[in-house]
Design a protein around this ligand. Sequence first.
Ligand code: F6P
Length: 350
Amino acid sequence: MTANNSNKKRIGILTGGGDAPGLNGIIESTTRVLLQNNYEIIGIKDGFEGVFNEDSIPLSLERIRGYHAEAGSILGASNKSPIKGREKLFIEKFSKLNLHGLIAVGGDGTFSGLSHLQPRIKMIGLPKTIDNDLSGTEITFGYDTACAVVSESVDALRATAETHRRIIVVETMGRTAGWIALGGGLSSYSDVILLPERPFSKLALLDFVKKKKQEGQRGLMVVISEGAAAEGEEAQVAFKVLGSPQAERYGGVSQNLSRWLEAETGWESRNVVLGHLQRSRHPTTTDRFLTLAMGVEAARLVQEDQWNHAVVYRAGRVQRAPLDDLMGPARLVNPQHHWVKLAESLGTFI
Ligand code: F6P
């Protein structure tokens, strides 16, 4: 058993990768349970960077209380501090923290970085991403909040679209997965939803839009995922981030689509990129509840001294799973998913 002077077990917690609404909920719920059970909780700052830079803080109830409602992570996060190639240094620095085990909240980059260090580091993994595309779990926290931002934005933008007789193309995040565009587009009854998993026919899209115009519809709402493309075309990579496990950053597709639609149909068009607003919003009740349950489950695993597990959401509840389950390929939208069928029944172009 690892112990400090007070004989309390020290448990580390870090948040890695891009932020997702709900990170603070995990920190607050886990810490609350463990502090009550006589553990010391060490918050590692800025993801793996905090290990390399020896930057950590003890978490007290005063420090974490009430943060579950805030966006971001009170510990900071980073998606640019890979372990690969620096494993020896990482282990060296990690040992100095004198931790009994680590709770890592992250995405595929975080877990693939740590997976090589097992069994030297005892770990519990909690999946997070607004993209909802991690394997091993059915829903990731942050996703519901991102969808709320999309649907509230589309519903708000519809007013100006209708007033000015315009098309508005709204670009969502999601990388190669269309979950955010699908969830946000459906819940705002968007006219068109374009996903990376379903390359669209330009001809069919033009027919659909022209028909709406002929029918006298004043405004038209299009939701497009940043990684979506027409049949035979490539997704648009805006730039690359060196050191990031997934270096490509997508962007630009909504502007091109908007210009093209206006030129082809004569229907005035604008585009809006929602960008990081989808990540930087206080979590919805669903995400608060999910992170509360996940944090409590992670703390229970610690108390039972059960390591190398993941805490996931499956079959309607939070449960335990092997850590390796999180390391599979991205969980993309099945092009025939029942939500796609819902959209089709509504008359949405998808
Ligand atoms: O993976 C989460 C995500 O928000 C993607 O949806 C988006 O493409 C990317 O991260 C943006 O990354 P960054 O924060 O580096 O701009």
